[in-house]
Ligand binder design. Sequence first.
Ligand code: ATP
Ligand code: MG
Ligand code: MG
Ligand code: MG
Length: 480
Amino acid sequence: MESKIIRQKFLDFFEERRHAIVPSAPMVNKDDPTLMFTNAGMNQFKDYFLGTRPAPYERAADTQKCLRVSGKHNDLEEVGLDTYHHTMFEMLGNWSFGDYFKKEAIAWAWELLTEVYQLPKDRLYVTVFGGDEGDNLEEDNEARAYWKEFIDSGRILNGSKKDNFWEMGDTGPCGPCSEIHIDLRPESELKKLPGKELVNQDHPLVVEIWNLVFMEFNRQASGKLVSLPARHVDTGMGFERLCMAIQGKTSNYDTDVFTPLIDHISARSGVSYGSDNQKDIAMRVISDHVRAIAFAIADGQLPSNNGAGYVIRRILRRAVRYGYTFLGFNEPFMYTLVPILTHQFDGVFPSIVEQKDFIIQVMKKEEESFLHTLENGLKRLEIIRADHAGDKIIPGDLAFELYDTYGFPFDLTSLIARENGMAVDEKGFQEAMKIQKNRSKADAARETGDWEILSPDTDVEFVGYDTTETKSHILRYRTL
Ligand code: ATP
Ligand code: MG
Ligand code: MG
Ligand code: MG
């Protein structure tokens, strides 16, 4: 089944069940200071759940353009290394705003996956919330009972609060969730396991495809949970992962969502996909990142030196360097992938089609400008690496030099360092950055007397990097 049809069948299924089919919100958030990029389907419905705006419909469904490269959800470091986390991806979702609840959400999810898409039942399993003593929450026996109508109890696993209890923030709507996973391991491997039990959730071929969230509580400022007057459903399913499962593949990059991109990269570089691990990673990274960059530009976010624009610039430079180092691309090339995207998303996401020429122009210029300094930057980095081969740490001031003179985002330097078994002194980098900021601020103040003029682009200031619990570097911003 082609991906186009898979997407349409999802929308049709929920339309037949009286859901309003709504357009995707933009991937770039211009109005919400707390969130740079849309990272889930529910973002655009936040006010309906909070009750600050009435929902214009009781049920809705859509496919949402999402980007997970910053904040709480930052998958950037996984992308290309694994085969199912993307920067930009589509999240298919269906919602009930105070209308249906667990029973229907579970029954429809099962019907869609096993009857419409014909996924094998014996490859699916689900998780339900297993309770939490601290919060005095019981396990979600209600969801478990509904699942039992469709699936063996041995395939219904209890999940922790971390994985199976969703909260919007420190306060506000929250509730248990139930996830659907698919086991894509080959038969031969399953046969080796005693009783064919699904024991290993963390296996790379056991993949989460759909998350069903049941909002039934409100967390008050005191931390206390009270029942919501209206209960809601919020679901999110990774479209590319769904395509992988339906098309019988074990990598999202082997589906028709990605093969046209991979084939093009392969033809242009003369490298065949599957011939070398590092080259394969490079091809996956490029085919992933080009989507993120193209959609960001289409939705109004140009690459720039701060804020959301710098996140996009960083992603682009990451991809350019992968292409340069591992696939021999020393001329702009990513922009040549854009027509594949506009063809794929014609009739799905209009902005990318409307902005095609502009996206090509911006991307090509960005690629050119970085390629200009990339070669010299890599040479410089080579020398730095050799000088510090003993302590295996690239000093912060040198990482800053790479940033300032050669346009190497910190995470790119740290990625190259990691590839060579080294690390980068992040604190030292931040300090060097701060010193330069202060210097340029002082210069600006001198030049303008009492007035400190801020260009529109400086409403957020880059203040360094944070390390998240997943150990990946994310940008930290402060609003001025
Ligand atoms: P995972 O545990 O695989 O990181 P998640 O629990 O963070 O996924 P959710 O926030 O529950 O993901 O999002 C709903 C669905 O969106 C997931 O079940 C998955 O199918 C899909 N999804 C999440 N993150 C990504 C990503 N980076 N790339 C592609 N699909 C994703
Ligand atoms: Mg995740
Ligand atoms: Mg998960
Ligand atoms: Mg999840």
